[in-house]
Design a protein around this ligand. Structure first.
Ligand SMILES: NC(=O)C1=CN([C@@H]2O[C@H](COP(=O)(O)OP(=O)(O)OC[C@H]3O[C@@H](n4cnc5c(N)ncnc54)[C@H](O)[C@@H]3O)[C@@H](O)[C@H]2O)[C@@H](O)CC1
Ligand SMILES: Nc1ncnc2c1ncn2[C@@H]1O[C@H](COP(=O)(O)OP(=O)(O)OP(=O)(O)O)[C@@H](O)[C@H]1O
Ligand SMILES: [Mg+2]
Length: 333
């Protein structure tokens, strides 16, 4: 379908983008394919052009907070995915013993072994003015590091930086919802278990598993209308006003690490979406929702492409190899 079909009166692309989004949000589930196309067109509009006029760093300096003795893969997957999506620099803030391991996976990442140092918050705070967005949680663990992380989140909010909270960052949000509650540039990306824990902590009752759309909307509202992405067979995305779903075809392969690819990608897209919004290129659309949809579609497309080649042996590293071509197929064609 032509993008302007149904909107012949709209000449202004900004208004057009707002309108397709409104139309998407208010439709039922019967024409999801067309709706996906409409939201994808909004995502396309936030992607910065590649020009010779830019300096290194302008398309994104992303920080990942996570990486401890047990988990080194998760922060690596998130950080390398951010680079592969198009960020210029990707920083990982992890513990000392995780740092050497993460560095050895890739020379492309900047790795700061600070998380378990006594002045961790100050060490990370130094970098915040140089970061465009933060992804908190992949491979962070659930121990005392969480307390330091809560302080970093507070400092980042004060600087108005988009913050994606995933994995063990969601454990922290479950213990202490106020750390992110009401912060409009915050995005939560729970899997089913993480969502259930968070829902039950906030609502003090079991979740109604017959109506996930309602539950995800309720959670977003309880969290002060921040954007929540419930990952699953269809990813449900809401900022508490409407629920949109992403059902880009993936595969039946559920290897660990796909969520890290998702949160790392979302970190970059959140920066781009908020930059596009600040420049007046998108209006009446929540940039967090746009970023969330883009990252979900991309992750699922990577999964589908990797599965076509590797079948049951597909791993997250295979999906990361597909980021370039999946991005091109979804957003640049
Ligand atoms: N290679 C790595 O280093 C990886 C580390 N990871 C890290 O591992 C830590 C724990 O993450 P988890 O995702 O395991 O945390 P959770 O405590 O949320 O565990 C989820 C568990 O629930 C199960 N589950 C998921 N969906 C379900 C559903 N619909 N119904 C029933 N059970 C379901 C999963 O099998 C998993 O064991 C995090 O720090 C995370 O970042 C993961 O990101 C995976 C990759
Ligand atoms: N049943 C499913 N069908 C298709 N895609 C799915 C399904 N479940 C999850 N996904 C996709 O996989 C991606 C990661 O979701 P998942 O629930 O595996 O996250 P996670 O448990 O946090 O992963 P990780 O192992 O990285 O922590 C999401 O983009 C989601 O769209
Ligand atoms: Mg996860």
């Amino acid at each position: 379908m032509s993008l302007l079909e149904g909107f012949p009166h709209l000449k202004n692309p900004t208004l057009f983008i707002s309108s397709v989004f409104e139309r998407y949000c208010s439709l039922g589930s019967t024409s999801e394919r067309g709706m996906d196309d409409d939201v994808l067109s909004v995502v396309k509009s936030i992607i910065p052009p590649l020009t010779s006029k830019k300096h290194k760093g302008q398309d994104g300096r992303i920080g990942i907070i996570g990486g401890c003795q047990d988990y080194t893969g998760a922060p690596y997957f998130a950080a390398i995915s951010a680079l592969k999506v198009g960020a210029d620099l990707s920083h990982v803030f992890c513990t000392k013993d995780a740092a050497a391991v993460i560095k050895s996976y890739s020379p492309e990442l900047i790795v700061h072994p600070v998380l378990d140092s006594p002045n961790a918050v100050e060490e990370i705070e130094k970098w915040l003015p140089r970061l465009h967005s933060l992804v908190v949680g992949p491979g962070l663990g659930r121990e005392d590091l969480l307390l330091k992380t809560a302080k970093v989140i507070e400092k980042s909010k004060a600087k108005d930086i988009p913050i994606v909270i995933d994995a063990d960052g969601l454990w922290l949000a479950t213990q202490q919802p106020s750390v992110i509650q009401g912060y409009q540039k915050g995005i939560l990306t729970p899997n089913f278990m993480e969502f259930t824990r968070l829902y039950e902590a906030l609502h003090h009752e079991p979740m109604d598993s017959s109506d996930y759309q309602r539950s995800v909307m309720q959670l977003s509202v309880a969290m002060g209308n921040i954007t929540v992405v419930l990952k699953g067979e269809r990813d449900l995305i809401t900022d508490g006003s409407k629920v949109i779903s992403c059902s880009t075809e993936g595969s039946g392969r559920r290897c660990g690490g796909q969520g890290d690819l998702l949160s790392g990608s979302m970190g970059v897209l959140a920066h781009w979406a908020y930059a596009a919004s600040a420049a007046g290129m998108i209006r009446s659309v929540n940039p967090s929702v746009v970023a969330a949809f883009g990252a979900c579609a991309l992750t699922r497309q990577c999964n589908s492409q990797a599965f076509q080649q590797h079948g049951r042996s597909t791993t997250t590293s295979d999906m990361i190899q597909e980021i370039g071509s999946a991005f091109k197929k979804l957003f640049e064609s």
